[in-house]
Design a protein around this ligand. Structure first.
Ligand code: FES
Ligand SMILES: [Fe+2]
Length: 442
C-alpha cells in the first residue's frame, strides 16, 4: 500500500514523478481510485438496440457487460457468474436472447442479471441456495446513466451525477449529436484497435500536446505536402495530414480548455471556412438547415473543435464523429478502441468522411498514429531508466486564466491540459469520499 503523503508528493504544480507511469502498484491503485469511482464510458445505446443485445467492455480492470433488458432499459453488469465466478459472456457483442446462460453449469439469469434458475434443483434442497438472494445473481455496477445515448457507469454509489461529472465537455457530445438532423448518432461497424506499449495517461496528455505535431508527424505532413504539390490541389485526405505541419505560431493561437475532473477540449485545427466551401460540408449544411434552420445549422457545424478529453473514458471528436475509447490494460499497456458514429439522417458522405479521417489519422494503417505510438513507447522506455525522476509540465505554467469550473490557456502551446489532468489524478488518488475527486479543481 502506498501512503497518501507519498502519493501526494508525486504530483507538483509543474511536474510529475515518473513513477506515475511505471509503478505497477500505482496502476493498481488507479484502477481502484479512478476507475472504481469516476463515470466511465461503457458504450453507446445504439450498440444494443434490441432486447437481449449485449456489448462487453471493461471499466478499468473490471469486465462488464452492457445489455438491453426486457423493460428496454440498458443495464451494466459485472461479467461474472455467481456460481463459480466464470466470466459469463465471452468478449464481443451479440444477443443473449431472453436470458443469460452460463456456459459452465447452465445457471441462467434474466437480462437484468437476476437469478432465473439452475438445473437439477433437487440438489439444493435443504441448503441456503436462495434464488432471491442477490448473492446468486449477476451483480449490477453501482450506477448507470446515459447522456444523449452515451452510456456511462460508475462503480461508486456516491459522487456527482453524470451530467455534473461531464461538466464543460458535455457540449462536445451535444455537438456530435446535433450534427444529425434528428439529433441522434449511432455506432457503425466494429472498432479500430491500437495496442500501445505505454501507460494510459501518456495518451491523454498527447491529445492536447500541440508542441509535438510538427516534430513527431514530420514524415506524414511532408509527404502530404509533396503529394498536394504534385497533383496541384489539397484534397481532404491530404489536408488532414497537412495540418500537423503548421508552424509554432499557429499552435500558439489555439485555445485549450481544461475542466475539473481532468476533462477539456482544444479548438479545431482545420479552417472552418474551407469546410463550408467543400461539397460534403455544403450538403451537410443544407440537410441540417432543412431540419433546424440555417442559423442553428451554421452554429452547430461552425463549432470548430479538435480532440475532447473525457478523463478516464477517452476522446470523443465531434467534427469527425468518433470516440477513441482508452482502456488501460497494465502499467505499460493501453488499448485504444475507435468507435465511429453516423449522424442519423445526414448525407452518407458525412460518415464516409469520418471513416476517411479515422483511417488516415487514427487507424492501425494510418500514416500519422504510429508516430505517436512510437513516442509513447519511448516515454515508457526512457522513464524506465535511472536517468531522472521528474517529467516536466512547465510550459506556460502559472499563466493560465482561471474559470469558475476550470481554466483556459493564454497560449495554445501551454501544458495546462496535462497539469489539469494531474490535478484531477491527485484528487482522485487522495480523496477519501468516492466521487469527490470528479470535482477536482484545475
Ligand atoms: S460457473 Fe456459471 S454455472 Fe457454474
Ligand atoms: Fe500526434
Amino acid at each position: 500500500m502506498i501512503a497518501d503523503d507519498e502519493l501526494a508528493a508525486l504530483v507538483r504544480p509543474d511536474s510529475v514523478n515518473k513513477r506515475v507511469y511505471t509503478d505497477p502498484a500505482i496502476f493498481a491503485l488507479e484502477m481502484e481510485r479512478i476507475y472504481g469511482r469516476a463515470w466511465i464510458y461503457v458504450g453507446h445505446d445504439s450498440q444494443v438496440p434490441n432486447t437481449g443485445d449485449y456489448h462487453t467492455t471493461r471499466l478499468g480492470d473490471q469486465d462488464v457487460v452492457m445489455v438491453r433488458a426486457a423493460d428496454g432499459a440498458v443495464k451494466v453488469l459485472y461479467n461474472r457468474c455467481p456460481h463459480k465466478g466464470a466470466k459469463l459472456v465471452s468478449e464481443g457483442d451479440g444477443c443473449a436472447g431472453k436470458f443469460f446462460r452460463c456456459p459452465y453449469h447452465a445457471w441462467t439469469f434474466k437480462l437484468d442479471g437476476t437469478h432465473l434458475g439452475a438445473p437439477m434443483r433437487d440438489g439444493f434442497e435443504g441448503t441456503a441456495y436462495d434464488p432471491t438472494n442477490p448473492q446468486f445473481s449477476m451483480a449490477p455496477v453501482a450506477r448507470v446513466d446515459s447522456y444523449r445515448g452515451f452510456v456511462f457507469a460508475s462503480q461508486s454509489a456516491e459522487g456527482p451525477s453524470l451530467r455534473d461529472f461531464l461538466g464543460g465537455v458535455a457540449s462536445s457530445i451535444d455537438n456530435l449529436c446535433d450534427r444529425s438532423p434528428v439529433g441522434e448518432v449511432e455506432v457503425v461497424g466494429g472498432v479500430f484497435r491500437v495496442l500501445q506499449e505505454s501507460n494510459w495517461k501518456v495518451f491523454y496528455e498527447n491529445l492536447h500536446d500541440t508542441m509535438h505535431a510538427r516534430v513527431t508527424h514530420e514524415s506524414s505532413f511532408r509527404a502530404a505536402r509533396d503529394e498536394a504539390a504534385a497533383i496541384g490541389e489539397m484534397p481532404f485526405e491530404l489536408l488532414i495530414q497537412d495540418g500537423n505541419g503548421e508552424p509554432y505560431t499557429f499552435w500558439e493561437k489555439l485555445e485549450l480548455r481544461a475542466y475539473r475532473g481532468g476533462h477539456g477540449y482544444m479548438e479545431g485545427i482545420f479552417d472552418p471556412g474551407a469546410a463550408t466551401r467543400d461539397p460534403v460540408a455544403r450538403a451537410h449544411f443544407e440537410c441540417l438547415s432543412e431540419a433546424v434552420g440555417e442559423e442553428r445549422a451554421r452554429e452547430v457545424l461552425g463549432m470548430n473543435r479538435h480532440n475532447t478529453i473525457l478523463y478516464g473514458s477517452g476522446s470523443p471528436h465531434n467534427v469527425f464523429q468518433q470516440f477513441r475509447v482508452i482502456r488501460p490494460l497494465a502499467v505499460d499497456r493501453t488499448l485504444i478502441e475507435i468507435q465511429l458514429f453516423r449522424c442519423k439522417g445526414a448525407p452518407d458522405a458525412v460518415f464516409d468522411r469520418a471513416l476517411t479521417y479515422a483511417n488516415l489519422i487514427n487507424s492501425p494503417s494510418s500514416n500519422v498514429m504510429p508516430d505517436d505510438v512510437e513516442l509513447y513507447r519511448r516515454c515508457q522506455q526512457g522513464n524506465n531508466t535511472r536517468g531522472g525522476e521528474w517529467v516536466s509540465l512547465h510550459r506556460y505554467a502559472g499563466t493560465d486564466r482561471m474559470l469558475p469550473d476550470g481554466a483556459v490557456s493564454t497560449n495554445g502551446t501551454s501544458e495546462l491540459p496535462m497539469r489539469n489532468q494531474f490535478a484531477a489524478w491527485r484528487e482522485y488518488m487522495l480523496a477519501d469520499v468516492p466521487g469527490e475527486a470528479a470535482h477536482a479543481a484545475a
